[in-house]
Design a protein around this ligand. Structure first.
Ligand code: GTP
Ligand code: MG
Length: 152
């Protein structure tokens, strides 16, 4: 896998399966950071992990417009959590390599992403990604690096 918009060779894409439970992955970018992945269907218990959380990566499946409203409600509930009030948030519109009957512009407008950014306490950044072809991954790494720098 190569990063389309970066220079780094990211190696072979890892095999992926739908997320059931939680996955921990360590990244070494200057220092070690641990990413905890929580599946969408675990929404009701996400809050039990908020205390440990320094920043949030919120991934939306851009190929499934039918999930927009539930993703939006989940994001709003996360943004209103007291423990996450100071956590920078990166919203990823993922799977942009797949064709979808709704454009990304329409999708973001339905999501009211600009209103969410204006009214949230947190600093929110939006990025479009494809975990399949690497689009946007270098932006994600850059965001992680600078967000964690600001926090330490
Ligand atoms: N085409 C494409 N497929 C992807 C991309 N990212 C993940 N997938 C595939 O989508 C499938 C399901 O992954 P997810 O969308 O993460 O589904 P999930 O893990 O059940 O969703 P959660 O429970 O919310 O984590 C896997 O087969 C992945 O390989 C992408 O950017 N593009
Ligand atoms: Mg998953």
């Amino acid at each position: 896998m190569s990063s389309k918009d970066g220079t780094k060779d990211l190696g072979e894409p890892p095999p992926t399966l739908p997320t059931v439970g939680t996955n921990l992955t360590d990244l070494l970018i200057g220092k070690k950071i641990t990413i905890r992945e929580l599946g969408g269907c675990m929404g009701p218990i996400w809050s039990s992990y908020y205390d440990d959380c320094r920043c949030v990566l919120f991934m939306i499946d851009a190929a499934r417009p039918t999930q927009i409203s539930s993703s939006c409600v989940q994001l709003l509930s996360l943004l209103s959590a007291e423990q996450l009030a100071a956590a920078p948030v990166l919203v990823l519109f993922n799977k942009i390599d797949l064709p979808c009957y709704m454009s990304l512009v329409e999708m973001k407008s339905l999501f009211r992403i600009q209103d969410i950014i204006s009214f949230a306490k947190q600093s929110i950044t939006v990025v479009e990604t494809s975990a399949r072809d690497g689009t946007g991954l270098s932006d994600v790494l850059r965001w992680l690096q600078s967000s964690l720098q600001d926090l330490s």
